[in-house]
Design a protein around this ligand. Structure first.
Ligand code: GLN
Length: 240
């Protein structure tokens, strides 16, 4: 039986806006199809084995929580995560977790160093937090689709010149409130500001992640009446 093996990084600390719900959606959508699901957590001091998991996940967190995790993340997990990304494993970061995929998160005179898996920096702006419902258009395979969610961040994320965003902002703020870009995607490394949590509102994206992480070409269809309603409701909230 095929299985999706997920490693959640700092699941107790990096879990704002119920980001843990993303893991539940992956688990359910695998179980409903008879795909195995294994979840392990990696916290402070834990080493991770890049070959033992198909998808590495880090949720959002407040500045303080990010700061708690960042040094450990870089010291004990960076090389393994870089190797995993290199091998085509999925690395998914949400909001605070997304920021930590980049080089650094600058907070005034302090700097939190990140993993540097993607070329981006985040700067906390003294201006208003970027808060609200958001919809973005993404093109992952087979044409444009919409991801809808909720964002709340003080950091403004600037992508390096060679880096591609995950999507184009249809409504909301996105990476920095100016560029019209949201998130980052380099191959199987994906970062986004969308909470909600993200996957219950965008079941199609959960399936994309499952396919990409397991290598399964096709997934059995599910009755997504409720999931589609959740998606439509999130889009309506974002004015789309
Ligand atoms: N602490 C980060 C910021 O405010 C991320 C917040 C979050 O994960 N929602 O920019």
């Amino acid at each position: 039986m095929p299985a999706l093996r997920v490693c959640a990084l700092y699941p107790d600390v990096m879990n704002i806006y119920a980001d843990r719900g993303n893991l539940l959606v992956l688990e359910r959508r695998c179980a409903w199809r008879g795909i195995g699901f294994e979840l392990s957590g990696a916290g402070f001091g834990d080493r991770v084995d890049p070959d033992a998991h198909d998808l590495f996940y880090i949720g959002g967190g407040q500045d303080r929580d990010q700061e708690l995790c960042a040094a450990d993340l870089v010291a004990t997990k960076r090389d393994a995560l870089a190797a995993a990304a290199e091998a085509g494993k999925v690395v998914l970061g949400i909001c605070g977790g997304y920021q930590l995929l980049g080089h650094a998160y600058e907070l005034g005179d302090r700097e939190i160093r990140g993993l540097g898996l993607v070329d981006l920096r985040t700067v906390r702006d003294p201006g208003p937090r970027l808060i609200g419902n958001v919809a973005i258009e993404v093109d992952l395979d087979g044409g444009p689709r919409v991801l809808a969610g909720f964002e709340n961040h003080a950091g403004r994320t600037l992508l390096g010149p060679g880096e591609q965003p995950l999507g184009r902002v249809l409504s909301g703020h996105g990476n920095d409130g100016r560029s019209g870009t949201e998130g980052v995607r380099r191959g199987t490394v994906i970062g986004t500001y969308l909470h909600g949590p993200l996957l219950p509102k965008n079941a199609w994206f959960a399936d994309w992640l499952i396919r990409t992480a397991t290598g399964l070409d096709e997934l059995a269809p599910l009755d997504d009446a409720l999931e589609d309603a959740a998606h439509r409701s999130a889009r309506r909230a974002a004015g789309r």
